[in-house]
Each structure stands twice: as structure tokens, then as C-alpha cells.
Design a protein around this ligand. Structure first.
Ligand code: ADP
Ligand code: ZN
Ligand code: ZN
Length: 743
């Protein structure tokens, strides 16, 4: 590349303003997007520093007049520099433009006006106030406003400023007058500045148990020796991973550095937050999606200035500009919400590792059900594995039973609740213990399974479920294999073949019918709309105002209810039918998390897994609560079928409002890959899982290769074609590496 675009002013609004420079031949092999450079600027050629955001072979202006870069600045110390390097890495490895990457890592500058809340507080005793009042009204010509304010203060020691000026119609001059005489004082608070300044409490510091102590000591020893790296804390549900995170963070803080803690949005509850706040007080802040852009920006500013040392938040908190970042913790690292579905489609885990590498920091990933990807890296020694095999606060894990719903059906029970689960619910209700019923909704749409034998239809080439499309045929999302929808089960000949389609609302209704004395609440997308919808439901359940909580996967994540002694997983195998190679992993994770909800307190717990497929290893391993057993089977399948982590996959989604454009572009892209990379496995092009969204047609192409870099090379070649000689300029190509959402 001979030319590069340089951005001089790093702020969100000015990223589009770039200047082109020539790259001296000596630098051509070294210069990458994201690097800081020195260049001559303006008429006087004063030397400025800027960042390279694009490389190209084409001059935009007269080459004779284009100036040259002076030198590459190798300086990773400033936080801007670190984040821009990260954006460069993201652009190269994840796809999208440098501009999109920069806009992801650099916060929108949006200063909110400080919403100053003023309160007028009585500064003398009520008795003294009475004296003041008497002397005031004793005067013949006294101010009625003053009289009104004094009367109000006799009822309330504290009155918001607005109430006085607007409701009592007392002018601010009067308040200031009172303030001068010492009758009142005015308290001011910046309401947005610190989103958690209303929290308080002291941490009753738990003592680490031996297992926790072992992993914390290892972390601290290595950290103190500046031996930074990525750790995987594989700890069963309830093993006390959070306590370990707190301990590790404290160590990092004691060395003057800061920490980012990522938690899935759904688990960002008051409970979780309090644990951080109790330990670290004002040094902690949070970010969540309910905050305005300005509020979020404020938290980033506080981090930059050093006002806070720890931020807790979802994926985007990863870009908190701590100048001295020392640790990134990613709790529930297997969660799919850590993958961005917007361009650039980055995943928080590798991005965190890259950010930590640039900053000289460590990463701690934690999960009771590590992603197959992370666990494999841990076994390979790329991550440092640390285990917490036992629960911290109770003696044992829940007992787990599997109920075969095919047998239930044959013996005439058509209820969604098996006889065994019914019996256990009755028992818990009579003992005033609580029950959670988890309806596995994933995979319910569009797939067919046999209610008699449990068989689902799969693609013979890809070994993932086929799904029913509008054309009435069954399709494979990966390779496009298609068959006519069968009317009987190919294995057992039964006609009881179809989709399982029942919502949580229906379950709530049926449960309420079967257990009329029970108080049932429901939690799903519908009931949790609004600002704190799910908090309210959880609080109700935590306060034991309800006996049974019915819900989707939302209810199995991270909540700690000590009185829950029974968890029922309804239609447990449904998520096995998701047309995605990760369906076995998701099912194992969901069921393990669900089982882990039972018996968290001093009472022993039981879990019941209801399924049509009792033989699948994901079901058996979650019954046994045995991650290793699951992993050993799963990795064989991934290896055999060339799925990540054994191989890598790149999804190219070709989208256009014009079907011919989408079709044509997809064919060109596929041909190009075949020509340049004859050895990679190419699937498609075919209709995407959802072939049309909002009038945009979607085609997809998958390529698989064991070498990630080959996929990056494919992306680069296609990117180049799209810029230089795009034959279908109304069809866009989006790249998604190791995609999570394949619909
Ligand atoms: P995980 O995140 O691993 O599922 P948590 O961190 O939520 O587990 O801890 C589960 C429960 O065990 C919490 O109620 C926590 O207070 C308690 N706990 C954790 N560590 C200890 C300990 N060392 N001593 C006593 N209780 C502990
Ligand atoms: Zn069958
Ligand atoms: Zn297929």
C-alpha cells in the first residue's frame, strides 16, 4: 500500500475527516491501521500526530502534492492510542471499516447538563424555628412568603427547591435570605454523576475457602510477578466465583490499576451490583443499556480522570477508557450476548484479550459451563485453567432426575407437567418452598420433531436441524440442502410429528389450573418490558410473595433464591433443535444453569428435566452435572464436522432490496472464493435462515477453515473487490467470523 488516510482529531464527530499521506517505501511493510504517526500538516508543515485509519493504493489528489508520513510513533502509553490500536485490530480481524471500529471503541462525546438537584434543609431545631416564626409574625409588616416557608419547614425538615419556588410560590431570594441567617442550608447533588450513590452498606467480608484461596493466590502471585495472561475460572454454580473476582480486583487496585467487569445485561441486578459496591464503595460505577448516552459518557469521563477504578457493565463497558487498566473480568463468559450483532461483529472475549495485551493486563473468564471454545483453549494451555469444583455455601449440588415425556404420552398423560414433577410441586407447595419452571423456548420455531420417538430432522451434510421455511420445505441454513416436509416420522413411522409450540403465558395458565392454591408469576420478554420490569418480578419472588416462577431462559441466569428447592425444565430438548452447530452446547448450558438454581440455600434441591430425547449427551451430562462428560462428546462432533473451535467459520451475509442483486452478488463472491481459495470448504450460496427481513433479501455463504488467517484473507479479497469493481452495487456484504446468530 502506498497511501494512508490519517485522522488528526480523535473525537467521535470528526473521525470522518481524514487526510491522505504517502507512505515512504521503508515503512510500507510495517504500517497498519490504528498506528500513530507523525506527519507534516498545513502550509507551514508543522508536525502533528495522527492515527492511520485506512490504507490504499490509490491517490485521492495529485500524487506530486501529497505529503509523506514522517515516522511511525511506537507509543502505547496514552489511552487514546491503546483504544485506536484496538480498533485497528478489530477492523483487521472482525471486518467492517476502520471508521465503524473507531466508533465502537471511542465513546460518543455527549455531555449531559448536570441535573443539579437542590434541597432546602432546616439548619436549626424546630424550637428555634418556632421562636423565629414568633418574632417574624410579631412584626406588623412582615413578608408573607417568609411566613409560608417557615410554616412549611415546621412540617418538613427538608424540602426540594422546586417545591418551594413553584408550589409554595416563595422566591429564591427568600431562601437565600434564610440561608444567610443560618435558618436553612441548601444541599446540592448532581443526580447523574454517580449512578449508584444511593447505595450503601458494609461488606461483611467472607473468608475465602481453601479452593477459592488457592486460585486467588495463584492469580495474585503471577500478577505481582507481572506474568499477565488469560485465566478461565471454571467453577460450578454457587462455587463463589464472584468472591474470587472481588479478591483479584482488590489486588489489582492495590497496585494502582483499574478493572473492568463484564456481566450479561440480564444478570446486572441490584444484588450483583451491591456485592461490588459493598466491597469497593465509590470506586465502582456501572453502565447499562437503560442509561442515556450522556450518562454513559459521564462514566467514561470519570474513568479517564481516575474518579472511579472499577466499572461493571455489559459488553460495551469493555471500552471504558481507564488509562491504567489492569484486569478485565468476564463473568458467564459463555453467554451469547458477548457477541455484537452490529458491524463490527466483535466478540467480547478475544477483544478483551487484545485490549489486555495492549495494556499489559490480565483477563479472567468465569463460568459454570465454559464455552467449548474457551475450555479447549484452557486445555491447550492458551488460557490458564482454575477450577472451583464445589459449592461454597451448601453441601451439595441439586439432585437431578430426567423424565421421558414419550413414556408420559404413551401412558395417557398429555399435560405439559409429568406425573413426577406434579408430585414434587405438590410436595414443595405443602412445605412452603418455592418452585421455578423453566420453559426452554429456544428452537421452538420452524423445527419438526417426533413426539413418539424424539427424532428430529437433520441435514445429512451438516448435522444440524433442518428448519421449515415458507415454501413448505425443510432447509439447511448452512449448505442449502432441502427436502419436502415429511408427514410421518422417518424412523418410527409415527404421525405425531410437528413443532412444539407453547408459550410461557400458556404454561402459566396451565400451572395455575393444576395448582389452584399456588401463587404463580411469570417472567419473559413480555412481562419484563419497561424500566425495571424484571427486577419487580424477581423481587416479588425473592420476597416469597409467589410460590411458582414460570419463565424463559431469563430466569435461569444468575439469580440466587435460597428458598427454591425445585426446578423443572419443561421441553428441555427443544434447544437441541436450533439449526446451529452450537445447539448441544446451548442446551447443556441452559440445563446446567437451570439445575443450579435449585437448593442454593440450606435446603437441599431437586431438578427435573423433562425431555423427548433422553439419550442425547447434552441431556445426560446436565443430569450428571458433568461438564467434562459433555465436552468430551461435543469436541468430537466439532472436530468431525469442522466446526469451531476445531475449525473457523466465516459467514458472508449478502443483502439487498433487489433479489437479483443479492443473488448475483452472492454468486460473484462464491466464484471469487473458489478461484482464489480452491482448498477452503465453501457452503452456499443459499437463502439465509430468515430469507427476507424488512424487504431486504438475504443470502448467505459460509466458508470453513482451520486457519483463521485464511478467512481474514478471504475477507480482504472480497473487500477489495467491493471497493474496486463491484458489479452489484446495491447488494451489501457483511462479514461475521465464528457467527453466533446464524439465522
Ligand atoms: P457463583 O457465581 O460461582 O455461582 P456466587 O459467587 O454467587 O457463586 O456465590 C454463591 C453463594 O455462596 C453466595 O451466596 C455467596 O455469598 C456464598 N459464598 C461464596 N463464597 C463463600 C465463602 N467463602 N464463604 C461463605 N459463603 C460463600
Ligand atoms: Zn419417530
Ligand atoms: Zn447442510
Amino acid at each position: 500500500m502506498q497511501y494512508c488516510d490519517v485522522v488528526v482529531d480523535i473525537s467521535h464527530e470528526k473521525l470522518d475527516k481524514t487526510f491522505q499521506y504517502k507512505i515512504p517505501s521503508a515503512m510500507q511493510d510495517d504500517l497498519l491501521e490504528g498506528m500513530q504517526v507523525e506527519a507534516p500538516f498545513g502550509r507551514g508543515n508543522r508536525v502533528i500526530t495522527g492515527y492511520v485509519v485506512a490504507l490504499s493504493d490509490k491517490p485521492k489528489f495529485d500524487p506530486a502534492k501529497t505529503k509523506e508520513i514522517i515516522r511511525i510513533v511506537h507509543d502505547a502509553t496514552s489511552i487514546d492510542n491503546q483504544l485506536i490500536q484496538l480498533a485497528g485490530w478489530m477492523k483487521r480481524n472482525v471486518g467492517g471499516t476502520m471508521n465503524q471500529a473507531l466508533k465502537t471503541v471511542i465513546p460518543v462525546k455527549e455531555k449531559s447538563k448536570a441535573i443539579v438537584k437542590k434541597t432546602v434543609v432546616l439548619n436549626i431545631s424546630q424550637d428555634e424555628l418556632k421562636d423565629e416564626y414568633a418574632s417574624l409574625v410579631g412584626r406588623a409588616r412582615h413578608s408573607i412568603s417568609k411566613e409560608r416557608l417557615m410554616q412549611a419547614l415546621m412540617d418538613n425538615d427538608e424540602i426540594p427547591w422546586e417545591v418551594i419556588t413553584k408550589k409554595l410560590n416563595v422566591g429564591s431570594g427568600v431562601i437565600r435570605d434564610f440561608e444567610k441567617n443560618g435558618i436553612v442550608r441548601v444541599r446540592t447533588e448532581n443526580t447523574y454523576r454517580n449512578p449508584i450513590n444511593h447505595l450503601q452498606g458494609d461488606e461483611k467480608k467472607l473468608t475465602l475457602n481453601d479452593e477459592q484461596l488457592r486460585i486467588c493466590n495463584r492469580f495474585k502471585d503471577e500478577y505481582s510477578a507481572r506474568d499477565y495472561g488469560t485465566y478461565l475460572v471454571y467453577g460450578v454454580t454457587g462455587s463463589g466465583k464472584t468472591l474470587c473476582y472481588l479478591e483479584m480486583i482488590e489486588h489489582v487496585l492495590s497496585l494502582g490499576r483499574s478493572a473492568i467487569v463484564l456481566i450479561p445485561e440480564i444478570a446486572l441486578t441490584y444484588q450483583t451490583l451491591m456485592r461490588f459496591y459493598r466491597r469497593f464503595g465509590d470506586k465502582v460505577s456501572i453502565i447499562n443499556s437503560r442509561m442515556s448516552k450522556a450518562e454513559r459518557f459521564d462514566q467514561f469521563e470519570r474513568a479517564k480522570k481516575g474518579d472511579i477504578k472499577i466499572i461493571v457493565g455489559p459488553r460495551s463497558a469493555l471500552f471504558t477508557p481507564f488509562p491504567d487498566l489492569g484486569l478485565i473480568v468476564i463473568d458467564e463468559e459463555h453467554e451469547t450476548s458477548y457477541k455484537s450483532e452490529n458491524v463490527p461483529k466483535y466478540h467480547a472475549v478475544p477483544t478483551a484479550i487484545e485490549r489486555a495485551r495492549i495494556a499489559g493486563a490480565s483477563v479472567v473468564l468465569g463460568s459454570a459451563t465454559p464455552s467449548v471454545d474457551s475450555y479447549r483453549k484452557a486445555l491447550d494451555g492458551e488460557y490458564r485453567l482454575m477450577e472451583l469444583p464445589n459449592r461454597a455455601s451448601s453441601d451439595s449440588m441439586a439432585d437431578c432426575e430426567v423424565v421421558d415425556m414419550r413414556t408420559e404420552l404413551r401412558s395417557g398423560n398429555t399435560s405439559i407437567i409429568s406425573r413426577r414433577l406434579h408430585e414434587l410441586i405438590e410436595d414443595r407447595l405443602s412445605r412452603h418452598e418455592q418452585v421455578m419452571l423453566f420453559l426452554n423456548r429456544r428452537g421452538m420455531l420452524g423445527c419438526l420433531s417426533c413426539r413418539s420417538c424424539g427424532t428430529t430432522l437433520k441435514c445429512p451434510h451438516c448435522d444440524v436441524s433442518l428448519s421449515l421455511h415458507r415454501d413448505g420445505k425443510m432447509h439447511c441454513h448452512y449448505c442449502g440442502y432441502t427436502i419436502i416436509k415429511p408427514s410421518v416420522c422417518g424412523k418410527c413411522g409415527s404421525k405425531a410429528i410437528g413443532g412444539f409450540n407453547i408459550g410461557t403465558e400458556k404454561v402459566e395458565e396451565l400451572v395455575a389450573e393444576e395448582f389452584p392454591s399456588a401463587n404463580v408469576v411469570r417472567m419473559d420478554m413480555d412481562t419484563t418490558k419497561g424500566k425495571s420490569g424484571h427486577e419487580a418480578i424477581l423481587e416479588k419472588f425473592a420476597n416469597r410473595e409467589a410460590d411458582i416462577l414460570v419463565g424463559t431462559q431469563m430466569i435461569v441466569k444468575g439469580h440466587d433464591f435460597s428458598n427454591v428447592t425445585l426446578v423443572g425444565a419443561l421441553a428441555a430438548d427443544m434447544s437441541l433443535n436450533v439449526p446451529d452447530y452450537r445447539s448441544g452446547e446451548r442446551t447443556f448450558q441452559l440445563l446446567t444453569q437451570a439445575v443450579g438454581r435449585a437448593g442454593r440455600g440450606s435446603l437441599a434441591g431437586t431438578a427435573v428435566i423433562q425431555t423427548y430425547d433422553t439419550e442425547h449427551y447434552s441431556i445426560i451430562a446436565s443430569k450428571n452435572q458433568n461438564y467434562q462428560e459433555f465436552y468430551d462428546k461435543e469436541i468430537v462432533y466439532r472436530d468431525l464436522m469442522d466446526y469451531p473451535p476445531c475449525s473457523h467459520m466465516l459467514l458472508m451475509s449478502i443483502q439487498s432490496e433487489d433479489l437479483r442483486q443479492a443473488d448475483g452478488q452472492a454468486k460473484v463472491v462464491a466464484e471469487m472464493i473458489k478461484k482464489h481459495f480452491p482448498d477452503v470448504r465453501l457452503l452456499g450460496p443459499q437463502d439465509a435462515g430468515i430469507a427476507k427481513i424488512k424487504d431486504v433479501y438475504r443470502k448467505s455463504i459460509y466458508v470453513k477453515n482451520r486457519d483463521y488467517q485464511v478467512l481474514v484473507d478471504i475477507k480482504d479479497i472480497i473487500d477489495e473487490y467491493l471497493i474496486d469493481n463491484n458489479s452489484y452495487n446495491k447488494a451489501y456484504v457483511f462479514f461475521d467470523f465464528d457467527p453466533v446468530n446464524t439465522l
